[in-house]
Design a protein around this ligand. Structure first.
Ligand code: GLU
Length: 321
């Protein structure tokens, strides 16, 4: 018995020593839970990273015009192949409540992004449910498109000039703003308060890139999915999360102890990612987006999932041809 107690004491002592500081715990017996698999810590630095040379592609949201009904001559090899296969392969993850998440009651993957994908399926097959959903983490979205393991990525993916060098995007289908999520009553009220604090982000996202630019002294914890960020904030292993309000809104609606604070840190224009070679699919998807903007479908989907973000305003399409 005494031996067992000694072993337990050693174990607790060992854990406490090796685990990172528990942010503000008044409870000395608290044993820090393990960080999620794949978590990485990046200490803050005294100075901002040198700004990544701005890639100039003009307006990155400018996409390809939909086919006109009168123009029957165009060839549509990708669209034909998807129709022959009988389903649209969509890359997304399940870590974004309200956007794409596994509904525990229905066991289905649901959300704003899933419903946008359903509208593409409706135009392809006359059936909104011909989807094959493949789990793709934020950091693998571009790879999945470059290797064509998916037809489209509908996953809060921001259109940027850098990404446009490797993948195509539809026109913008939702506009978000990067903000901060923290615990209610936390001293963090704005970007300036992140100095020396621990902030959770997902790697290979514009959120992480921007945070390192404008809040270099913040310590970063990266985890594979945004839902992992929610867990580490709930465990107080970080002080805040920073990403798009469309994602933070979903996290905060899962936990009444959290709130979104601070001004917008930057605008994020969401586009449907498409492999670069599949221009016919880009035009087809843009046709679907035109339809749902004008027939009320976009507003209906927004009102179903995202009323927390305020009145719905569909971004208007910009074309480059
Ligand atoms: N929308 C941003 C991006 O594409 C950040 C959040 C995310 O989608 O993972 O990187």
């Amino acid at each position: 018995m005494a031996l067992a107690l000694m072993a337990l004491a050693l174990l607790i002592g060992g854990c406490a020593e090796s685990s990172p500081d528990y942010a503000g715990s008044p409870n000395p017996t608290y044993i820090q839970p393990l960080l999620p698999a794949g978590a990485t810590e990046i200490p803050g630095r005294a100075e901002a990273l040198p700004p990544t040379p701005e890639k100039d592609c003009g307006d990155p949201t400018a996409s390809l015009r939909p086919f006109l009904d009168s123009d029957q001559a165009h060839s549509t090899p990708t669209v034909d192949a998807i129709r022959a296969r009988g389903r649209l392969i969509v890359g997304l993850d399940t870590g974004r409540n309200l956007m794409s998440f596994l509904n525990p009651t229905t066991g289905e993957i649901e959300g704003f992004d899933v419903d946008i994908a359903r509208e593409i399926s409706r135009d392809l097959f006359g059936d909104p449910n011909r989807l094959e959903l493949r789990i793709v983490m934020s950091e693998n979205r571009e790879k999945a498109l470059e290797e064509s393991t998916v037809d489209v990525v509908v996953n809060t993916m921001s259109i940027t000039c850098d990404r446009r060098e490797r993948v195509e995007f539809s026109t913008e289908y939702l506009q978000a703003k990067q903000r901060i999520l923290t615990v209610k009553g936390s001293p963090i009220r704005s970007l300036a308060d992140l100095d020396g604090k621990r902030v959770c982000v997902v790697p290979d996202t514009t959120s992480m890139e921007r945070l390192q630019q404008i809040a270099p002294t913040a310590n970063i914890l990266t985890v594979p999915m945004w839902s992992d960020c929610l867990v580490v904030l709930q465990q107080r292993q970080v002080d805040a999360i920073s990403t798009d309000d469309a994602i933070l809104a979903g996290l905060t609606s899962q936990d009444p102890y959290l709130e979104i604070v601070g001004d917008s840190m930057g605008v994020e224009s969401y586009g449907i990612g498409i492999p670069q070679a599949n221009k016919d699919l880009v035009r087809f998807v843009n046709g679907t987006l035109e339809r749902i903007r004008s027939d009320g479908t976009w507003t209906r989907i927004h009102s179903q999932w995202l009323p927390i973000l305020g009145p719905p305003t569909a971004p208007s399409a910009v074309y480059r041809d």
